[in-house]
Design a protein around this ligand. Structure first.
Ligand code: 0X9
Ligand code: ZN
Length: 452
């Protein structure tokens, strides 16, 4: 990022903010700072909090804006984060890195107040989305009529985001049409009783003997590009003969939608829902962040014990039927699965363990070399590669850390390209086509590994 907007403002600002010269990167506030922030921010939050919504009502984001706040120093960064926490706004991608802009979702009735507060301390921002509901309405135009009227055996395409029925219909279609290659495995049911499906692709005559790649999508309900890419990968591996080389000596396990209840909920009620849909100890708040619910370092930094928080870790590790079924299946196949890949959005980054703290596995360099090699295949979008906690933020209980911890040597989280969670459906194909060649690198590596 360029720091041109940062010039010549520090002195005036330091006086305004009254913040000490040295601050830690991690949030750390003295009572004085908190009191001061409280005074600067005022107490509008005490009165202005939105009324609790009925969980079954449709949530409109009309008038909501997404801002990118650009900070110039740790002090500003911490101050902006403190302000976001104070107002209980949702921060999108508040990377700990000082040069990363902070995305923040601002409800309409706070817009003016925020403008004033940021102007008072001279912090700059850009309005990235001026009306979130408009962006949501434009994201996924009605599926084109020809798909519905032609008598296709499935409704899937990669020019629109599809409901779960279409996705599951496509998985069944693949299993029925290519029985020698594809098996649909029902690994359990979600909290709301939807099936949890894994697709196995294997051209080996003896099942489960080849080294395998695991790919999952849709852990986070609102990251629609993730299941879209997972189904695109299925399509390419199964239906595109030129990709036959990727099936040589390698099996694939692909779970396109790990959190089907949440996914459906984002289509019907709340486009920005992230979690599962289970009941919690709070009557008001449902759902667990499935990517904080896995059983390695569960409950640590970057996860919340508050059932209303978007990073709620759950009452215990694997409290959710979705994470439990997935982890049981992967554990059962852990000798075979050599590479774990979980698809998220957004950020254009390959994240490597560990995510609970800034710590690196002993084979980090090798993991990183493979990811860099895979990322070098991307032509349209450039990805960064690095340790989760260092590049992004801490995320204890995430699935990729857990996969690494059970001995799957190559374990990655990918944050796909997008500016925010709303990505027009016209971008599904460009993102997917750009991503697919990276799998050649992964498959080639996995093919060399022994199933022990
Ligand atoms: O916070 C998360 O769970 C992920 N980011 S997201 O915006 N998609 O929610 C990052 C988790 C990274 N996890 C691992 N490195 N395994
Ligand atoms: Zn995610």
């Amino acid at each position: 990022m360029s720091f041109y907007h940062c010039e010549k403002k520090f002195l005036r600002q330091r006086a305004l903010l009254d913040i000490p010269k040295v601050r830690e990167l991690e949030p750390h506030y003295s009572a004085m700072h908190l009191l001061f922030a409280w005074l600067v921010l005022g107490c509008s939050f005490c009165f202005g909090q939105a009324a609790p919504i009925n969980d079954e009502d449709f949530v409109s984001y009309s008038g909501f804006q997404v801002w990118k706040i650009r900070t110039c120093s740790n002090e500003e960064d911490q101050f902006a984060l403190q302000m976001i926490r104070h107002y209980k706004f949702e921060a999108w991608k508040n990377s700990d890195a000082i040069d990363a802009p902070i995305g923040v979702l601002i409800p309409p009735h706070f817009l003016e107040e925020m403008k004033r507060k940021l102007a008072a301390i001279n912090i700059t921002y850009e309005v990235e989305i001026s009306d979130l509901q408009n962006a949501i309405n434009d994201e996924n135009p009605i599926i084109n009529v020809s798909t519905i009227t032609t008598k296709m055996a499935h409704n899937m395409d990669w020019t629109s985001y599809h409901r779960l029925d279409d996705i599951y219909g496509y998985l069944r279609y693949l299993a029925d049409t290519y029985p020698n290659l594809v098996r649909l495995i029902d690994i359990g049911t979600s909290y709301e009783d939807r099936p949890l499906y894994v697709v196995r692709i294997s051209n080996s005559p003896t099942a489960d003997t080849q080294p395998a790649v695991w790919i999952d999508g849709g852990i986070h309900a609102r990251e629609w590009i993730s299941p879209a890419l997972a189904t695109y990968i299925l399509h390419q591996l199964v239906e595109e003969p030129t990709n036959a080389g990727l099936l040589l000596n390698v099996d694939w396990y692909i779970m396109p939608v790990m959190n089907p209840d949440g996914y459906e909920y984002t289509h019907t009620k709340n486009r920005l829902w992230r979690k599962t849909r289970s009941k919690t100890s709070s009557k008001k708040c449902r759902g667990v962040d499935a990517n904080r619910n896995f059983g390695y370092k569960w409950g640590g930094a970057g996860s919340s014990r508050d059932p209303c928080a978007i990073k709620f870790r759950g009452s215990n590790a694997f409290s959710e039927p979705e994470t439990l079924a997935t982890s049981n299946f992967i554990t059962e196949k852990s000798k075979q699965i050599k590479l774990y890949l979980t698809l998220h959005s957004f950020g254009q980054v390959f994240l490597l363990p560990w995510g609970d703290s800034v710590a690196y596995p002993s084979d980090y360099d090798e993991m990183k070399a493979l990811a860099k090699n895979a990322a070098s295949k991307f032509k349209r979008y450039k990805y960064r590669v690095g340790n989760l906690a260092a590049v992004l933020y801490r995320a204890s209980g995430n699935s990729a850390d857990w996969a690494k911890s059970i001995g799957i040597d190559y374990s990655y989280t990918v944050e796909l390209p997008a500016k925010d969670f709303i990505l027009p459906s016209s971008r599904i194909l460009p993102v997917s086509q750009d991503f697919f060649p990276a799998l050649e690198v992964f498959a080639a590596k996995v093919a060399t590994l022994n199933v022990t």
